[in-house]
Design a protein around this ligand. Sequence first.
Ligand code: ZN
Ligand code: ZN
Ligand code: FE
Length: 756
Amino acid sequence: MCIKRYFIKVEGIVQGVGFRPFVYNLALKNSLTGWVNNNSQGVFIDLEGKDKNLSNFIYKLKNSPPPLSKIDHITKKEMELKNYKNFEILKSEENKNKITLISPDIATCKDCLDDIDDPKNRRHNYSFTNCTNCGPRFSIIKSIPYDRDKTTMKKFSMCTNCNKEYTDPTNRRFHAQPNACSLCGPHLFVLDSKKNIISDEDSISLDFTRKKLKDGYIFAIKGLGGFNLACTPYEFNVIEKLRTRKNRKDKPFAVMAKDIETAKKYCLISEKEESILTGIRKPIVILKRNIGYNLPENLAPNQNTLGVMLPYTPLHHLLFKDGINLLIMTSANLNSIPLEYENESCYANLHKIADYFLMHNRDIHVPIDDSVVRVIDNKIRLIRRARGYVPLPINEPNLNSILALGGNMKNTFAISKQDYIFLSQHNGNLENIETTNHYLNNIDHFKNIFLFQPDYVALDKHPLYESTKYGETLNIKKIKIQHHHAHIVSCLAENNINNKVIGICFDGTGYGDDHKIWGGEFLICHRSQYTRVSHLGYICLQGGDKAVQEPYRVAISYILNAYSQAESIEIIKRLYKEKGLIISNLIKSKINCIETSSMGRFFDAASSIIGIRNTISYEGQASIEMESIINNNIKSSYSYEIDENLIIITKETIKDLILDKLNNISKDIMATKFHNTIINITIDVAKRLRELYEINEIALSGGVFQNAYLLENLIHEFQALDFIVYTQSEIPSNDGGLSLGQLVAANEIIKNSMTT
Ligand code: ZN
Ligand code: ZN
Ligand code: FE
């Protein structure tokens, strides 16, 4: 019998996910001796034993590793025999240069749910039950290596039973850093809006919360990455109360459903959607409503969808008892200010919104919002990448140390080290000091947990973005990346594409090289360079930010652009009365005007002309409400022109649309015809570009591609024409994915400058 010794290195997400006990048990099963340890490169395993057993071990290691782990590389080297007597788990070792990959926060696993449901289990009804396969990670880590004393669990010392589990390599809770029970761990309490303690006992707190939720009260509930505001979704008046207090007029609320069966009462759920809803990350999934949908209109006004998630902490599971099946669960924050995550601050800021606070004493170190996803063309599409996904890395070879700062809206930043890119969680819009500070804190935190120091900074060209202004203060080499190029490179990076493509970026806003606002762009580009070869014709955007809040201003611009003086005044008077004429005059005198080729604004204009939205109360509302009334049976469309410079001319589109409007054609028909027109234009331009540049590959990115009808139809039509189409999936196509594109474009530019 042949005895051998192998030294095995495992890299990837292999720490804090139960990897060492898995290795330990696997070694015992195969009668192997040696040791395993955690270090900043991953996990090292020194193994000695029979050849056949070693092969068995390696097969299992590769093919059935722990559920939360993600192995990137396994290397093995045969070594001289050491004659180990047994198998041991050795202490973690630190190495200042190497990266530790950290697991995202993971929804409660099946085994832990069984524990809390079992009256005989010592964790029966315990809200902070977790194990190596589930529970908080990223949100409680203060620094690395990932050990309990570097997390917010430090203040709880484990009782004898918990410690036994924690130190037993055969236990599911071996080295589960947040391990706790009701004897030694965190506890719940309830405050009212005057800060009186209503209960400081777990089961009384839960009973009280359930009862008051049923009575129509609003709660702030501390979850995994921050607080949610919760209340019943069944009563119009309760929802209205929440809207008034939160100053949130129309933006849809998401709900949390007790289980998948409850969700199916209201929504159509595909197999793919079900797998995401019930999976380990538990994001909010935007679902189509079914015929049985009967919730109050003000829950998600003018939508045909509903955002749904399933319980992802033991606390949530315990709430859904005694007849509670569905709750509104929305981020607890003041309008446009970051998510509340600390008890004191949450109470101070929200005591006029929430009637009660269900809190606990496990601190959240890093706030992280619920992620939001949608399934389009049977693929997951991240809209907001946060809890459950961050900080999963993106692999990319030969990276310089770059900090990419992202945009101003839906901000994320990205850092790169060795072969990994880490995209931050959604930081919000950098439009106030609170959000900007939150953003800067998160940059510091990433530097700290990934031991990262940038050599370069990548930034948007917009001089007024807070992210750009911050970048300008850094004393390192700056690389500016055009906004829409960054969007397309984000798509190329996600799809691992290095060659030239036709990049189609349909977006809201982005600073163009001619200092105008771009957003309906066709680029011939690869990672480091681009040429703008076609775009939506410029129109005037009057009133700066107001033009975004008030789509009718853009509509008037489009009408003025399409008709003669006299004709346009007639139409504007008919559609928009006196206020329309005032805006027309401002546009004609070029007061506070800037030219734009934004596709997002073109959608806004159509939505206003059709009569859906003249003003909005949340981003994208005009287009989202237009998409929600689409009628799939309508195949007709409007005219358009493409001039000799490949500029898209929309005069005929607007004239056709106005004609329908004046003929009282129904809104759903106009909305669908408008969408079909955009699809036709896009395909027409792409075909011409294929001819001209002999490129057959297309990359789609930009916020407008969150539109399911547009994206799905374009993908299908392009494929039917034998184009190869790349789209975004795990990385948002909106500005949440911008920093990845900035980083990868900058890295390519740096690499090129080094070789020339
Ligand atoms: Zn678990
Ligand atoms: Zn305990
Ligand atoms: Fe953008």
